[in-house]
Design a protein around this ligand. Structure first.
Ligand code: MN
Length: 268
């Protein structure tokens, strides 16, 4: 033991002499190590699918809880989603602190993701978007309701987030700190989608496939609902129809995922 201590002291001395600093005794978060490439590929595909489908533009993001460690999540560095590759994926703890930043820029609104994962153990993927079709429903009190079976999950409830309820003074509307992230997670509650006033929407899923599915069909529903409302009185799905539709979609989410992923990855 004494010999070990001497060697350790010698190593530190050598590092100092060499002009380097020894590594800090404790790093804030330890990496879980390399992730299965197939998992990373799904997250890369999710970025490109959401861009292809018009849900994300240069902004917005999608994350996935680390399947090896529920207290970590993975998300791209700050980058337009269509451009995301495997090497852009970073690892964060649930405080949204990067495990190994290496100088990379990070999404300012990453707290949306970390705080939802903290509050919701059942959620393994989060999508945050500014998709235009959601916006009328974010700023008006008209409810976003299920028009057809593909968006049946809306029948499980649509939450709302008012950033003014969680900030002492006017904000730039971004959920860019832990307190606002906690407010968003609290507003989401046990739902799968939350509309954010003057901003956009955030969707949660038990897998990245489910979160992507809800983002795409939620945005489609918003667009179609607006069209239907222009025509006249709308007959929405009943609560029971919506819930049964949502259950079926949750079971067969692989069908659309397989197609979207194939198309998105074939383009690069
Ligand atoms: Mn945003």
């Amino acid at each position: 033991m004494k010999r070990f201590i001497e060697l350790a002291a010698l190593s530190v001395a050598i590092l100092i002499v060499a002009g380097q600093h020894p590594a800090p005794a404790q790093t804030p978060s330890m990496s879980g190590g390399p992730v299965d490439p197939a998992i990373v590929e799904d997250l890369v595909a999710a970025n490109r699918v959401l861009a292809d489908e018009g849900v994300l533009d240069a902004y917005g993001h999608v994350s996935m809880r680390d399947p090896r460690n529920p207290s970590r999540y993975m998300m791209s560095r700050s980058l337009a989603p269509i451009l995301v590759s495997a090497s852009d994926i970073m690892e964060f703890d649930l405080d949204s602190t990067p495990v190994d930043q290496r100088g990379r820029l990070m999404y300012l609104e990453r707290f949306i993701h970390g705080e939802i994962y903290k509050a919701r153990p059942d959620v393994n993927s989060v999508v945050h978007c500014h998709t235009p079709s959601f916006l009328p429903f974010c700023v008006c009190q008209v409810g976003l309701r299920p028009i057809y079976h593909m968006s049946g999950f809306l029948g499980r409830g649509v939450a709302r987030f008012e950033i003014r309820d969680f900030a002492a003074e006017a904000t730039d509307m971004l959920v860019s700190n832990p307190e606002l992230g906690k407010g968003l997670a609290k507003s989401l509650g046990d739902k799968q989608i939350v509309l954010m006033r003057g901003h956009g929407a955030t969707m949660a899923g038990q897998s990245v496939k489910h979160a992507v599915f809800r983002a795409i069909y939620g945005a489609l529903n918003a667009a179609v609902q607006l069209e239907a409302m222009r025509l006249g009185e709308v007959t929405y799905l009943s609560d029971e129809e919506a819930l049964k539709g949502a259950e079926i979609n949750d079971r067969f989410v692989d069908r659309s995922w397989t197609l979207w992923k194939l198309e998105a990855l074939a383009k690069k």
